[in-house]
Ligand binder design. Structure first.
Ligand SMILES: *Cc1c(COP(=O)(O)O)cnc(C)c1O
Length: 373
């Protein structure tokens, strides 16, 4: 039997009756669009992260997009982000006509390097053809970026910090929850994320009531005070009631699942230290362990051995964004972001879920040890 990369089935079996009765209730009341479960979920998400407001939407990508739209980001604006992330983080910047400005990552955490960010902002200011508007730090693999050091750079420059928390909901940074670490945060409920639904979904978290008000309008075609008045150009970006009904019971067990994710991660690290480069969690950080990612010069050999043993792996991300064809107009070349390129060449992720058994984990650890000796 193959080991699942992300075990959604085990979670479903645990919650089957709650999920089914929650979804049945939606069929009965019939409010498939913006039904009561959506608002209940928004209240609970905001409470979990310790922020004032949660605005759910149709995906993590739309959560990023709606926030940038509400901030009026567009042509002439520079938005700083990591080249080592999922495509969507930078895609939304270009979609609005703004310019993604990539900043290399820290070699230990894989997150945006605050000292490089400062240099890049200074550079853009000196060139004087783009206005520094925003930074989107990504909490990669579930580990928060270094927000205090990021903010000490952005506060001097008046940049808005949009946390890409698509992978990190449930994580912590210096006692604060991921999702509360910038001026706003984007969550994704894509099935494979730590808190996933059964389709696409996302949310923006923020303490800023005005921003939340703008986004509630943007997600319904820029709706004004009544249904047929429109005060801005928006999107159709609502979250389905059925998906909210499925997420509510998942959110209930999420704290327990986070504990189990941490146990799985610690076991991997104990078993694999010295064989591959295991992930670093700095002091006062807690990861949500969306992925457990290791580095090795023998990546292809180890992945082949794991595959043969029924353990799937994945490479996040083989091609850094500055080398993607879609961003070729930015004029980047190999060598522009050496840390990102080096990490992309040797990183890979192991099966990770709160439901990974000791036996499954022992097998994975054993195969890796054997294949690197
Ligand atoms: C998944 C992900 C997104 C996009 O979320 P979707 O819900 O798939 O649109 C954005 N950023 C990061 C870092 C992600 O991992």
């Amino acid at each position: 039997m193959d080991i699942p990369f992300i075990d959604l089935k085990a979670q479903y079996l645990r919650l089957q009756s709650e999920i089914s009765s929650g979804i049945d209730k939606v069929f009965e009341h019939g409010q498939f669009i913006m039904g009561p479960e959506v608002f209940e979920l928004e209240r609970r998400l905001a409470k979990f992260a310790g922020v004032n407001r949660a605005v759910t939407c149709s995906s993590g990508t739309d959560a990023l997009l709606m926030t940038l739209m509400a901030l009026n980001v567009g042509r002439g604006d520079a938005v700083f982000t990591s080249p080592f992330t999922f495509f969507a983080t930078a895609e939304v910047i270009s979609l609005l006509g703004a310019t993604p400005v990539f900043v290399d990552i820290d070699s230990r955490t894989f997150n945006i390097d605050p000292s490089q960010l400062e240099k890049k902002i200074d550079f853009v200011k000196k060139e004087n053809n783009l206005k520094p508007a925003c930074v989107i730090p990504v909490d990669l693999f579930g580990l928060p970026a270094d927000y205090d050091n990021i903010k000490s750079v952005t506060e001097d420059n008046g940049l808005f910090v949009l946390e890409d928390a698509a992978q990190s909901f449930g994580a912590e940074y210096k006692g604060r929850k991921a999702g509360s670490l910038g001026g706003a945060a984007a969550l994704s409920f894509f099935p494979a994320k730590p808190l996933g639904c059964y389709g696409d979904g996302g949310a923006v978290l923020t303490d800023d009531e005005d921003l939340a008000y703008e986004m509630e309008s943007i997600r319904v075609h820029g709706q004004g005070d009544d249904k047929y008045s429109n005060s801005r150009i928006g999107l159709n970006a609502r979250f389905d009631t059925i998906q909210a009904a499925a997420l509510l019971p998942k959110l209930g067990i999420f704290p327990d699942e986070l504990i189990d994710r941490r146990k799985v991660a610690n076991r991997y690290t104990e078993g694999l230290e010295g064989y591959v480069e295991t992930p670093v969690v700095p002091d006062q950080f807690q990861s949500a362990w969306a992925q457990y990612s290791v580095m090795s010069e023998s990546r292809s050999q180890i992945r082949a051995a794991l595959k043969a043993g029924g353990a799937p792996t994945a490479v996040y991300y083989p091609t850094p964004l500055h080398l993607q064809k879609a961003f070729s107009s930015l004029g980047h070349k190999k060598g522009d972001f050496p840390v990102t390129e080096s990490v992309a060449g040797k990183i890979f992720s192991l099966p990770m879920s709160p439901y990974l058994t000791d036996d499954q984990q022992n097998k994975i650890i054993h195969i890796i040890k054997r294949s690197v000796i």
